[in-house]
Design a protein around this ligand. Structure first.
Ligand SMILES: NC(=O)c1ccc[n+]([C@@H]2O[C@H](COP(=O)([O-])OP(=O)(O)OC[C@H]3O[C@@H](n4cnc5c(N)ncnc54)[C@H](O)[C@@H]3O)[C@@H](O)[C@H]2O)c1
Length: 247
């Protein structure tokens, strides 16, 4: 019960890392508002879990900060943990990328994180142990063909979160970001099911010789959210099984 009576918001919680984290947080005593897009099976994903309330909302809607933070406050009366996990992939060479693709990637992956953090801060200041956990990627530091928008957005998450850590430390709020490696989730399983050879390459690249699972990230998020992570702030926690050790 490492999060007893804490209130958490987790975005992108219908699937993958967000769904696993919502459930692990709830099992550890948190009251969780799980947020995802409509028609993604959000309520069904958490139907068996008391302690998880759901809200269907796009994080990039204009009114998303008010709607999401407001829902947590009206349901639970407080906010201790904001985990900005919702994200989208993008894959196009920079020369060919449409402005719309660039804008959508930035809007969901980084601008929405900023806007939700900004709206959450007054409430996190009232928490004895406020926590911001933003999900970036190892691609905040590395890159590959076609990842200009994705990498730019995830590097933006890192810069945003380090600055939040600096500005909010005096209010006992920590701000950290996760850097997942190759994790089997909704974002990746379509490709990897169709191309098991590609999944195998990613697995073999990691020192631990396996793909990551959502629970691997959920456990890292639990560390950052709980008292165990209380003196960790401004940190990018790489959870990649050693994928990035070799250049
Ligand atoms: N899977 C990986 O290998 C990997 C690696 C590095 C980083 N990440 C990051 O992890 C985070 C979680 O992704 P995942 O891998 O669990 O994928 P996923 O597709 O299983 O989950 C992402 C969730 O975000 C939701 N979402 C997308 N746009 C949204 C919006 N506008 N509003 C609300 N919800 C929205 C999706 O509906 C989905 O349920 C993302 O930020 C992703 O960039 C994933």
């Amino acid at each position: 019960m490492r999060l007893k009576d804490r209130v958490a918001i987790i975005t992108g919680a219908a699937s993958g890392i967000g769904a696993a984290t919502a459930q692990l947080f709830a099992e550890n005593g948190a009251r969780v508002l799980a947020v995802d897009l409509p028609r993604k099976g959000l309520a069904d994903a958490h139907a068996q879990h008391a302690g998880i309330a759901t809200l269907e909302k796009s994080v990039s809607d204009d009114d998303a900060p008010d709607a999401i933070i407001g829902a947590a406050i009206s349901k639970f009366g407080a906010l201790d943990i904001l985990m900005n996990n919702a994200g989208v992939a993008s894959n196009a060479r920079a020369e060919d990328m449409s402005q719309a693709d660039w804008d959508r990637t930035m809007a969901v992956n980084v601008t929405a994180q900023f806007r939700l953090c900004q709206r959450a801060i007054p409430h996190l200041k009232n928490s004895p142990a406020g926590r911001i956990i933003n999900v970036a990627s190892v691609m905040a530091e590395g890159t590959d063909y076609g990842l200009a928008a994705y990498c730019a957005s995830k590097a933006g998450v890192a810069g945003l979160t380090r600055t939040l850590a600096l500005e909010l430390g005096k209010f006992a709020i920590t701000a950290n970001y996760l850097e997942p490696g190759a994790i089997r989730t909704g974002m990746t399983s379509g490709l990897w099911d169709a191309r098991p050879d590609v999944a195998d390459i990613w697995a073999k690249k990691s020192a631990l010789r396996r793909l990551g699972q959502p629970i691997d990230l959920a456990r890292a998020a639990l560390f950052l959210a709980s008292d165990d992570g209380g003196f960790v702030t401004g940190h990018g926690l790489v959870v990649d099984g050693g994928l990035m050790l070799r250049v």
